[in-house]
Design a protein around this ligand. Sequence first.
Ligand SMILES: Nc1ncnc2c1ncn2[C@@H]1O[C@H](COP(=O)(O)OP(=O)(O)OP(=O)(O)O)[C@@H](O)[C@H]1O
Length: 629
Amino acid sequence: MSVGQAAAGGVRPGRRALLVSGTKALRLVWRSAPGQMLGFSAIAVAGGVIPIVAAWSTKIVLDRLVSPGPVGVVVGLAIGLACVGVIGAVSAQLGRYLQGEVDRRVGLRAQDELFTAVEGFAGLGRFEDPAFLDRLRLAQQSADSAGQIVNSVFGLGRDAITLTGFVGSLAVISPVFTAVVVAAAFPALIVELRASRRRAEMMVRIGPAERWRFFYGNLLTTVDAAKEIRLFGLGPYLRGRMNDQLRAADAAHRDMDRRELATQGVLALASALISGGGLIWILVVAGRQGFTVGDVSVFVAATAGVQSALGGLVHTTAMTHRQLLLFDHYVAIVGACPDLPEPVAPRSLPPLRHGIELCDVWFRYSDEHPWVLRGIDLYIPCGRSVALVGRNGAGKSTLVKLLCRFYDPTKGTIRWDGVDIREVPVTELRERVGAVFQDFMAYDFSAADNIAMGDLGAIGDTSRIEGAARHAGVHHTLAALPHGYDTLLTRTFASASIDDDPQVGVTLSGGQWQRVALARAFLREDRDLMILDEPSAGLDAEAEHDVHTRLRQVRAGRTSVLITHRLGAVRDADLIVVISGEEIVEQGDHPELMAAGGAYARMFALQAAGYVAAREAPVDSADLSGERR
Ligand SMILES: Nc1ncnc2c1ncn2[C@@H]1O[C@H](COP(=O)(O)OP(=O)(O)OP(=O)(O)O)[C@@H](O)[C@H]1O
């Protein structure tokens, strides 16, 4: 069962699993904040003992007050009692501070471990699995509040100490009454535990609604969607859908709250009746049974103490239970097996010398999805340029994603100089690949950092970054920005404070971004395989021509795979591969494919005819990109 499926199926972690989660949570706390944990545990013990000491001190003071004796003793006892109060107040404050510190330290470590695990998922499959995404969201919530578990666990210890002390005190006065008070706590414990389990299950159930709500909220606040939302008047419609999701989640929460209100109400009533009954009883029998004023005060304090400690114990047990159920998602993600099988005996991947071979490769995104590629046999020779062409949805991008091992083929193998790429560590494979993807990233970073993302070693290396930008034809554009390459390519983080330049963040055009993405890829041009998935989409005609001319130079003598719908740009590729109906239907160079008169020749003729027709219309050849050459 996958990490995501376990959450989707609502599989309940058993007691053993919760015990494991609890142990892992405490270990996490110990690793993150050992000193604070020890301090907190000492305060928890003090917090458990102080109420009992206070109750007995009060009894002694009261008994001394009503019996004749030296005043000095009473004053001494009163001072002692006051000291107990001071210690209690100070330790409570110190406990709060330590709790805050534990929260911060544990939160940082838990988040780091969670994201390290997420980063370790080498493929893309898990990020497309809704159940996994729900589990990840819950794991993130749990990571944020992992420190609270220690509060709950030590709270349990504190309440257990107080309870033991008060039960002992109460038992001295009335064993029967003690038994009644303690027995009344068991139904409460069972009810609370059930409620916490139901709440944890509900959190999983409302996961999709939460995700949709987040999606709509994001959509309504991001600049990318703002144009269409405003022009098409989508705001009220999307807001309505977002509110529907919130209402659905709220309905589930309300249902839980109502159930809890009913059961908690009954339990609170029972508790009040028991303590009220106890008070009446002690006042009635006090004279007859020779109880002192101090005995009555201990009885009242012990009854309240037992009930409050029992209530606290039950509540904290339920809360710990709920936190552990949530923490189980964190444990599952952090301890998840790799999404792509790792080689048992990894082989190293030498520089490409001969070629990459796809042998009878079949692929579909999951068992529920249709085949995207069927029986692909393809050889990409070292040092040659290969172009993949075909209709939208033919499977071209999927094929290059397999070359990067974002997924493993469902059937068949991909060999790098004869080595199955599943037998080498995936990081080694990716070290040898450079790429610009169709859906490239526009990071909210500076222009320089946006390019350096292609190779972190280039951060701060101005000459490399500028070299790549020149190569991609975007150097002059970036150099002319308000702060040159240090300009933020986003308005999101621009500061409007008086000291900062409000112009510091800029937004690039689509074509300029495309060139920045190309520059990023050019930082890796020394890699063995260069993947270019629609590198000129979104560029104007001249810019496109310019980019393909530059790419031709970069690709010369290198192993590259180019995907483009501009067939003019693939004419000089060493090998053109046409994909259609999930299969390779043709391959060869341009003259061969044109001579064959098949799908490629038809597509090429169609595009060429369009250009010939276009020639008859007036063309404004101004370079709209503004890039000087
Ligand atoms: N992550 C995914 N999960 C499920 N199906 C997918 C996924 N990505 C792509 N597909 C499907 O796989 C098929 C091939 O998509 P792919 O992106 O490889 O086509 P393409 O040839 O690159 O198309 P285009 O020219 O439009 O970019 C399409 O039917 C698409 O819907």
